[in-house]
Design a protein around this ligand. Structure first.
Ligand SMILES: [Zn+2]
Ligand SMILES: [Zn+2]
Length: 252
């Protein structure tokens, strides 16, 4: 297990060291698997070895462009001919069963302690694919500042910082969510896209050496692709790319 779990230093993210510390300190029954309640054998592992094996098995072949599961010879019926905004997408697996359950835990501040374990799973399941993208930095999809301030937590930020740590890459935060977009799930696809257009801006002062280089854009879940697509378009408008989306769960 990594030694950087407690330190703000190694996860030089805003608040992450504190989130992890608080969340670990608040664990009621440390060492219980979040999926099956069995013993994990490691206080900071979110799942037991059996569930870990099942999670890794669930990460089967997927569409390289949108990360939906696909058969070995079938093309992707969902994203073919559909503009997405990003170039590639990698998911731990489908947003269902244990992955959905773990995503819901990570969404809450008390669940921040599973971020390192989820980053480990992602790297174990998809590390070759992710490293093959040759990214120069990890970029979290940001929440609107008001929402982040209210929740005092951001699961995409937590996941991105842990993933960057595991991959030995820097975290870059050039994106600003300039428009609050609440309750997108209630809307249709066209309406979502309309609302999200211009929802993100890349801050030129925070771009550093990113223009012209590939990046990993990290969020917890990829559903219609509208949010990640809008964030990717903002990066590309600033000259950053190619953009590969990395998520835990791919929902249909
Ligand atoms: Zn288990
Ligand atoms: Zn696809």
């Amino acid at each position: 297990m990594g030694q950087g779990r407690e330190g703000e230093g190694r996860f030089a993210g805003p608040g992450l060291g504190r989130w992890l510390g608080e969340a670990v300190g608040g664990l009621a029954f440390p060492g219980d698997c979040l999926v099956c309640d069995g013993p994990t054998g490691d206080r900071l592992a979110p799942v037991c070895p059996e569930c870990r094996g099942e999670l890794l098995d669930a990460s089967g072949p997927s569409c390289p462009r949108c990360a939906l599961p696909v058969g070995p010879y079938a093309g992707c019926g969902w994203c073919a001919g559909r503009p997405l905004g990003f170039d590639r997408a990698v998911a731990l697996g489908p947003y269902q069963g244990p992955i959905r359950h773990l995503c819901l835990r990570l969404k809450r501040r008390e669940g921040a302690w599973i971020a390192p374990g989820m980053a480990d799973l992602l790297v174990e399941a998809r590390g070759e694919e992710i490293r093959g993208l040759g990214a120069s930095a990890v970029v979290p999809v940001p929440l609107h500042w008001r929402k982040r301030w209210r929740r005092r937590y951001d699961q995409a930020e937590a996941l991105a910082a842990c993933l960057a740590d595991r991959l030995g890459l820097p975290v870059a935060r050039p994106l600003r969510r300039v428009r609050a977009t609440e309750a997108l799930w209630r809307l249709g696809r066209a309406e979502r896209r309309r609302l999200l257009r211009g929802a993100f801006r890349a801050d030129p002062r925070r771009l550093g050496g990113l223009p012209g280089r590939p990046v990993l854009l990290v969020d917890d879940i990829l559903t219609t692709g509208a949010t990640c697509g809008a964030a990717a378009r903002a990066l590309k408008a600033a000259g950053v790319g190619p953009v590969a989306v990395v998520v835990l769960g791919r929902a249909e």
